[in-house]
Unconditional design. Sequence first.
Length: 403
Amino acid sequence: MRTGVWLVGARGSVATTSIVGALALRAGLTGPTGCVTELSELRGPAWPSFADLVFGGHDVAATPLAKRAEALADAGVVPARLVAALGEELAAVDDDVRPAPVGGTQADRAAAVVADLAAFRGRHGLDRVVVVNVSATEPAARPHPAHADPDALAAALAAGEEVLPPSSLYAYAAFTAGCPYVDFTPSTGARLPALAALAARHAVPYAGHDGKTGETLLKSVLAPMFAMRHLAVRSWSGTNLLGGGDGATLAQPDANAAKVASKQRVLGEILGYVPQGDTRIDYVEELGDFKTAWDLITFAGFLGTGMRLEFTWHGCDSALAAPLVLDLARITAAAHAAGRHGPLTDLAFFFKDPLGPAGSGPDAGATADRAPGHALGEQWARLAAFAADLHAGAGTPPAGGAA
């Protein structure tokens, strides 16, 4: 199943690391560490192989992928030996990275994206193309009446109105082109009623949002422990220090607020209450593509005895995110091939703020009756069952199978 992966933000750190990783896997130069689709519980015939993935995308930056990869190697994000070995392959992918459409109306830009997706699919003889947003975090979208209905949205765009944030314009273009869409960011993306209806109209699946790679991943493991042991969490405070482009973007107050809101929903939904404390995100340029999180948790046990837990998480954001991007592209392509459409709620395992079944509104997924639970174990069970169903439809149960 030849599958295109169209990356919005194709020359960013996450996208470049994903591309280098996929090319290295295809060449047999590395193993699939971090790719959950290669675990025995999830592996099977429904997934396109790494060799079947073809990459392209949009970006506002013009730096060649090979140069971006060299910079990531210098920063310790990807091995320099892989960048040296994959120069020709990276140049070939670079030929399929297009300048992000600018100028004209939003309708013009959406049409340009649709044309680029169609040309990419035809040029490589692809069975389908999955659009994955790994671009910079946006502020929350301003409400607009056109967000409620796909026909009203089409009319507003035709009239030249600027009604969608960039992530949502890409979702609109993807659905119009018949492509699945994955939002790995906390941006609005497909989380508007008009876009949910448009996805249903074109029978395409979508997933999101905000990839879970660090502090929130740990919250989704630790918070259920407190809940299941009936321990009262009194406070939970965290400070996140980020470098790189993501950190610079999140230094902007509106983007920072969107990211913090995504991270904070986890505790209230798992614990059933919101403890004292807050999450901070600070930009530290010197950290580059690495990030550090410090968390302090105070809790009470039997007889009200006060206790505390502290942890430090130091990780490389792109190296944590890239295998999940590959996983999501493979799973979403398989879901599309199986005729699934609408929000892929069983992919909550990958996201801080996963889509609920309605898939509409900027707060969809923010309440327990609309979204899967945030506990990682529960999310894993749902993902494994979803994978088994897709593999069974493809012909063979997943256990021990080969991709």
